[in-house]
Design a protein around this ligand. Structure first.
Ligand code: TXE
Length: 530
């Protein structure tokens, strides 16, 4: 094997999923081994042959059906998502089902403009008798490796973009949320049936397994990979992909900064900070991971946030009263706990929370606000992915910009205050998305690109830019004078001077000089005629 990814599974092994809220076993699944992964890729390759021949208008119609089916099955889907991921049902409904349905509709309406071929003008007079066009064609088989935090909307948006552009997909979901991916596959297959597109194999193949199954997908004969997950796994995946020059899009999380200026609406900004840091128990890549508040409003900001955190209802996501659910796994809880404990040991003050909630279940962690933090603490540098809001004051606007940019990550950030002040600050932040007086919602704008800078990743998903990453240009050039030999072909003898005059004719300053030069090209034309 060429990469550093080592396969550790054996044929016949299985894995089990559990409900993060109560630890109950949900289901178990067979792990796809190398043979099965390659068979899925082969099926996707075969499917792509017929799927890419389906006219774009029908592919778009399919995605409209998918949007309708997602809406019709929203309750059932939200139940599956909450069962596997632990998030509150309302979040599953909005941030997974609705975002996915919006993505399907976006692809259905906007793909035509992305796939439309473009005329290429020929400025050089010698090339005028030609017609050039850029045509866009699908890449082939797209491998998608998806995480567990948005188990429907992340793989769904990528899958829809791949399908509408004529690609097929092999999807490897997180081992923590396979049922959600199978439900997505079912919705797509149902829509294909309704649309009368019953040819086998299907254009979306789902393979289940742990990391090594994803590793096998990267090693397989796919044409592009979209990976969403941790920086460390993303780096390994990119190294394996580089071995075979496989193009990759990487979405690797963030350490998203929120800057609150002293002219911000305090009530709105504190509600935003609490929601932005606690949504999905903090397991959101475009969340609030660090908060910088201007000193004049700092103490009021802290006391309002603490009050609002106190009012949050923590519990199982299936309970409609719940605001904050459990963390996905014990492993995730350990990361959060370690970062908070380390910050505390280094002098940070936990204003509220900072402990587990064992009375609710083993994966629950209390919504937490930490002050007196600095950039020597992992809580301020590494992705926490937990219900923790670290807040620190700043004096001048430049200080906030400097601290926000002092990070290896650059996925999303937000600035709060008068637009007059906030917008210029937003433009100086190193991040793929910057929102002014809002947060996270950029992910829900189906037409907006999603992706980061620095260690947050490479490339973009979502929107027209995301669609563009799934097609390749082919330049097609047609000569309209097929019986004419070109002036610049052999033989070269005696052609240098007239050709130099030709270059002058095009590029020498001054009309007269260019006219003079054009006369010197006449021998070239006469010679060619003979
Ligand atoms: O991610 P992994 P994990 C961050 C977050 C979290 C940390 C770890 O900080 O605490 O990552 O989460 C598959 N080859 N994010 O362990 O390992 C794996 O099966 C190919 C940010 O869940 O990156 C799963 O499908 N694939 C993030 C996917 O990669 C491999 C979302 C993600 O798993 C593989 C999730 C391998 N060698 C976590 N090893 C975001 N960007 O939003 C694992 N996988």
């Amino acid at each position: 094997m060429s990469s550093g990814i080592h396969l550790i599974f054996k044929a016949g092994e299985r894995f089990t999923t559990t409900n993060p809220a109560n630890g109950q076993r949900l289901a178990d699944y067979a792990i796809a081994d190398a043979t099965e992964v390659n068979a899925a890729i082969a099926r996707a390759r075969q499917a792509q042959q017929w799927w890419s021949q389906v006219p774009l208008i029908r592919r778009a119609a399919l995605l409209r059906r998918v949007a309708r089916l997602l809406n019709e099955s929203k309750q059932a889907l939200a139940t599956v998502i909450t069962g596997e991921s632990g998030k509150p049902m309302l979040e599953a409904l909005l941030n997974d089902v609705l975002v996915s349905a919006d993505a399907a509709l976006f692809c259905a309406t906007d793909a035509a403009s992305v796939m439309r071929s473009e005329d290429v003008p020929h400025h050089n007079i010698a090339l005028r008798l030609k017609r050039g066009r850029i045509e866009w064609e699908p890449l082939g088989v797209i491998g998608i490796i998806a995480p567990w935090n948005y188990p429907l909307s992340i793989p769904a948006a990528d899958t829809f973009a791949a399908l509408v552009t004529g690609n097929s997909v092999v999807l490897k979901p997180s081992e923590l949320t396979p049922q959600t991916a199978l439900a997505l596959e079912q919705v797509i297959n149902h829509a294909l049936d309704e649309e009368g597109l019953t040819t086998l194999p299907r254009p979306v193949q789902v393979i289940l397994g742990l990391g090594p199954t994803g590793g096998q997908l990267v090693e397989g004969e796919i044409d592009k990979l979209i990976f969403t997950g941790s920086v460390s796994t993303g780096r390994r995946v990119a190294m394996a992909a580089a071995e075979r020059l496989l193009p990759v899009t990487l979405e690797l999380g963030g350490k998203d900064a929120m800057i609150v200026l002293d002219d911000a609406d305090l009530d709105v900004a504190t509600s935003a900070a609490v929601w932005g840091s606690m949504l999905n128990a903090g397991q959101t890549c475009v969340s609030v991971e660090r908060c910088y508040v201007q000193r004049k409003i700092y103490s009021k900001f802290i006391s309002q946030c603490v009050q609002k955190i106190q009012a949050l209802k923590v519990g199982p996501g299936a309970d409609q009263q719940t605001d904050v659910g459990p963390l996905i796994t014990q492993r995730q809880l350990h990361i959060v706990e370690q970062q908070v404990d380390e910050a505390r040991a280094l002098g940070a003050i936990v204003q509220i929370g900072g402990h587990r909630l064992p009375e609710l279940g083993e994966n629950f962690y209390a919504p937490t606000l930490v002050t007196d933090v600095d950039h020597t603490m992992s809580l301020m540098c590494e992705e926490t992915f937990g219900p923790v809001l670290p807040v620190t004051p700043f004096d001048a606007d430049e200080d906030a910009i400097r601290m926000a940019n002092d990070s290896d990550f650059g996925l999303a950030s937000s600035v709060w205050g008068s637009t007059r002040r906030a917008e210029p600050i937003a433009r100086q932040l190193q991040a793929g998305t910057v929102l002014v007086n809002d947060l996270i919602s950029g992910f829900a704008v189906a037409a907006a690109p999603h992706g980061g800078v620095k260690h947050s990743g490479l490339g973009r998903t979502h929107g027209r830019l995301g669609l563009r990453e799934l097609v390749r240009p082919r330049y097609v050039d047609v000569d309209l004078m097929p019986s004419m030999k070109k002036l610049w072909w052999y033989p070269y003898a005696q052609n240098f001077q007239p050709m130099a005059a030709f270059v002058d004719m095009l590029h020498q300053p001054g009309l007269l000089a260019r006219l003079r030069a054009s006369l010197k090209t006449i021998p070239l034309l006469l010679r060619r005629r003979r």
